[in-house]
Write a protein that binds this ligand. Structure first.
Ligand SMILES: [Zn+2]
Length: 153
């Protein structure tokens, strides 16, 4: 099994069921395309699973594993967005049993929504917001890894 869901570690997450190599596509995100004026209000980060995929567009929940991939400030994967195709790709080798995470800020643009983060990484920024507000060196790292959508470049 390549991926599994685990509820036991204080919140739901997606975990590697086998080693995953850097550069491998982990999964596609398959939600419905919606526009920003269709987002739920108020927005609940626990129950609402929307990913920004354009300046004004989002991918809604799919009901699948892609809804449960958590944020980390020190992630092991990132989103590669080509038009409306959204794929989660490993940005380093991932061990079996490791939680799969990506940095939500990489896709966020012009969004007033902010999320508090307790990812426990030594790099934790504590608040997750727009890509443009990230420190320069973090922006550069994600751009080099190819996990920043064109509207954030
Ligand atoms: Zn964090």
């Amino acid at each position: 099994m390549k991926l599994c869901i685990d509820n036991s570690r204080g919140g739901r997450g997606v975990f590697a069921g086998a080693p995953i190599r850097k550069g491998e596509c982990i999964m596609a995100f398959n939600g419905r395309l919606i526009y920003s004026d269709e987002l739920p209000e108020p927005y609940e980060s626990v129950d609402d699973h929307y990913v920004q995929i354009g300046k004004d567009s989002y991918m809604g929940p799919s009901g699948g594993l892609d809804d449960f991939v958590n944020h980390s400030c020190d992630p092991n994967s990132g989103l590669v967005i080509t038009n409306t195709r959204v794929e989660l790709v490993a940005i380093r080798d991932i061990k079996s049993g490791e939680e799969i995470t990506w940095d939500y800020s990489t896709t966020m643009y012009g969004d007033d929504w902010k999320m508090n983060c307790q990812c426990n990484s030594v790099y934790c920024r504590h608040v997750v917001g727009n890509f443009i507000d990230l420190p320069d060196e973090i922006r550069k790292k994600y751009i080099q890894l190819g996990v920043v959508p064109s509207y954030n470049l």
